[in-house]
Design a protein around this ligand. Structure first.
Ligand code: ZN
Length: 448
């Protein structure tokens, strides 16, 4: 039982929501004005004019066709009044009912859009990008230019790895509502990851006009500018979906080498994982110093992937096989991130990267044996940068390789399914279990 006061409040809230919906949308405003006008003003007026004309339309024959005495009251009238009485007296009343019915239909479509909008964002928050994409596209059919729906569609498409479509939707969202900061942020980040730094910078600069105090935007913009400054003297080499940025003549040959390596390794990695993500992959070749400045990576890391592959090229010419290994390793991270942008445990990511770069599993096994202790995989789901010692870091990489090796032993295993399930899962261990392995199974080659 609802208390009268709160019931009034509820009615007021619903009415308020409906009025806002009516005011906000042309799709509601127009039928609300035009249809009542046609039915309730234009139609009676037209009928009146017709009845007054020299030869009023004769409805007598139609009325006489009606059964029984139904039409008698009208037939008894003079012919000139028959039409007016028929339309204004009998037909108009039901027409009045059409107006609220139609409005209710339009308003419910409107609130259906709101419900879809909420469901879409909920799906996105829970990481169900495919479901979110379907919901937002459904909602956009009902309200094609809604900036928030366009933002949702963009976010979902980006999660699915369809960056071109995501950017198109986000641009449309910003055309409708330039002050929609979340759309600017997402568009900037995707553009940057896709290597379109100009668009990224422009988007953030525009966004800051509407949100001048936003610390996140200005910080990121500053970082991008700093990096662009370093890159302003860089050339670029494009090949397929790869873009390799490099500096100077000496590195030009290395850039060519890099694109060739990417081209071959990409096929190999994607074939094994069972998916060919279409995203652009950007790699930057740095001098050692530039690499540390930009990535702030720990000294033990040979390369880095943070949406772009970053590789220091010092010594690459003397050790081409090492250069190739680093490139393939980071390329694996790029492919994995493009297949499943989140949810992949670090040990799996590093294990796959080492497997594809050609790391020696036997050596890893021996090192683990000599070490005589191990780190539980559970503790290696997050970043390795927090591990206390170099020895622990080495063990973490070795364990990653060996654990992934257990999964790789299963013939015909489809990695892409596991990666996508992990992307949507809440428990890494439970998801891997559903594919047939416990953490103990994966730790078997090294656990003491
Ligand atoms: Zn790695």
């Amino acid at each position: 039982m609802i208390a009268p006061a709160s019931r009034t409040n509820a009615i007021r809230a619903i009415a308020g929501k409906d009025f806002t919906a009516v005011r906000r949308s042309k799709g509601v405003m127009l039928p609300m004005l035009i249809v009542p006008f046609l039915l309730l003003v234009a139609l009676p007026f037209g009928v009146g004019l017709a009845a007054r004309s020299a030869h009023p339309p004769d409805v007598g024959s139609m009325l006489r066709a009606l059964p029984g005495g139904l039409a008698k009251p009208i037939l008894n009238l003079p012919p000139r009044e028959r039409l007016i009485t028929l339309v204004d007296g009998y037909l108009l009343a039901p027409l009045f009912l059409i107006v609220p019915l139609m409005l209710a239909a339009v308003l419910s479509a409107q609130s259906q859009v709101n419900e879809l909008n909420e469901a879409g964002w909920k799906a996105l928050r829970a990481g169900y990008v495919d479901r979110a994409a379907v919901i937002f596209s459904e909602a956009l059919k009902l309200r094609p230019d809604d900036p928030v729906l366009l933002l949702g569609a963009g976010a979902a498409a980006s999660g699915q790895g369809n960056q071109a479509y995501a950017m198109a939707q986000l641009k449309r969202a910003l055309e409708q509502k330039p002050e929609l900061t979340p759309a600017s942020r997402l568009l900037g980040q995707i553009a940057y990851a896709e290597g379109d730094v100009d668009l990224a910078l422009r988007t953030y600069e525009n966004a800051l006009k509407y949100a001048p105090g936003d610390p996140g935007l200005s910080r990121e913009l500053e970082e991008w500018r700093r990096e662009t400054k370093v890159h302003s003297s860089f050339d670029e080499r494009r090949y397929d979906q790869f873009r390799v940025l490099f500096e100077g003549r000496e590195e030009k040959a290395l850039a060519k080498q890099a694109t060739d390596i990417f081209h071959l390794a990409f096929r190999r990695i994607c074939t094994k994982l069972g998916e060919f993500p279409p995203d652009t992959i950007v790699a930057v070749l740095y001098t050692e110093q530039q690499f540390r400045d930009i990535t702030r990576a720990p000294r033990w890391s040979g390369g880095a992937y943070d949406g772009r592959i970053r590789v220091p090229v010092a010594g690459a010419e003397q050790h081409p096989e090492l250069f190739e290994r680093v490139l393939v390793h980071e390329l694996t991270h790029a492919v994995v991130a493009n297949i499943a942008p989140r949810g992949i445990p670090v040990w799996m990511n590093e294990g796959l990267a080492q497997y594809f770069e050609g790391a020696d599993a036997d050596k890893a096994r021996h090192r683990m044996k000599a070490l005589g202790q191990s780190i539980p995989l559970q503790d290696l789901e997050g970043s390795f940068t927090r591990l206390p010692t170099g020895i622990a870091v080495q063990a973490a990489y070795d364990e990653s390789l060996l654990a992934v090796g257990v999964i790789l032993e299963k013939p015909g295993f489809v990695w892409t399914r596991l990666l996508h399930e992990l992307e949507e899962s809440r428990s890494i261990e439970a998801t891997i279990k559903s594919f047939g392995w416990s953490y103990a199974d994966l730790e078997a080659p090294f656990a003491r």
